[in-house]
Design a protein around this ligand. Sequence first.
Ligand SMILES: C[C@@]1(CC(=O)O)C2=NC(=C\c3[nH]c(c(CCC(=O)O)c3CC(=O)O)Cc3[nH]c(c(CC(=O)O)c3CCC(=O)O)/C=C3\N/C(=C\2)[C@@H](CCC(=O)O)[C@]3(C)CC(=O)O)/[C@H]1CCC(=O)O
Ligand SMILES: NC(=O)c1ccc[n+]([C@@H]2O[C@H](COP(=O)([O-])OP(=O)(O)OC[C@H]3O[C@@H](n4cnc5c(N)ncnc54)[C@H](O)[C@@H]3O)[C@@H](O)[C@H]2O)c1
Length: 155
Amino acid sequence: MWFPLFINLENKKVLVIGGGKIAYKKITKILEYGAEITIITERTEEEKFLKLENVKIVNNKVENDKNVIEELVKDYFFVIAATDNEELNQNIAEICDSNGILVNNASSKFKMNAMFGGIVKNDEFQIAVSTGGKNCRRSRAMKSEIQKILDKIEK
Ligand SMILES: C[C@@]1(CC(=O)O)C2=NC(=C\c3[nH]c(c(CCC(=O)O)c3CC(=O)O)Cc3[nH]c(c(CC(=O)O)c3CCC(=O)O)/C=C3\N/C(=C\2)[C@@H](CCC(=O)O)[C@]3(C)CC(=O)O)/[C@H]1CCC(=O)O
Ligand SMILES: NC(=O)c1ccc[n+]([C@@H]2O[C@H](COP(=O)([O-])OP(=O)(O)OC[C@H]3O[C@@H](n4cnc5c(N)ncnc54)[C@H](O)[C@@H]3O)[C@@H](O)[C@H]2O)c1
């Protein structure tokens, strides 16, 4: 079961493995919350990564090996497995989970211990929407309805 918990990411060490489109989407979301991000990726195709401030990029291929992954993730508070290699992402998720590290897996609906919600916010409120991995695209419709309520309350 997925309990909606709000986590303080200010100055927390976050590791993102993989530097593609989805990694970028997730990084820009959590940067707003003050996370200290390191990216390890075989390649970053996109120029926009280099424009991100306060993000360290390490160009390296992560070997799909338990010891290698364990050593890599051990000092992090939160790990995001965002490669396009489903098996690697799953191993990262399993290793983090069994070592008590928060982990998000971009290529699964549920094999992780932390998933992103759709976010709607203003200065006063922050609302996160989740379908528990069942159908994240549905969040869009819900988010736009919530946005209308937020706009009304503000007046
Ligand atoms: C909340 C949001 C935040 C965010 O964006 O991170 C989010 N996904 C969003 C959008 C979105 N995701 C995808 C598309 C299609 C893109 C396209 O088709 O091109 C779009 C639409 C779009 O981008 O508009 C594809 C997708 N998503 C997942 C997989 C893996 C899989 O299903 O196996 C695949 C590949 C499926 C495939 O390839 O078939 C998995 C997850 N996505 C989650 C969250 C977590 C569950 C949250 C929940 O249950 O509600 C979870 C489990 C893990 C996680 O990622 O944390 C955001 C909500 C909308 C918003 O906020 O606007
Ligand atoms: N969760 C979501 O919201 C969501 C949405 C769409 C797609 N996805 C899934 O997310 C995954 C990533 O998608 P994408 O579009 O970002 O892919 P992408 O091809 O744009 O990026 C993949 C990245 O992973 C890196 N990579 C691959 N193997 C690596 C390794 N061994 N070590 C280090 N880096 C490695 C590549 O260099 C590349 O930067 C896919 O499985 C996709 O199906 C998730």
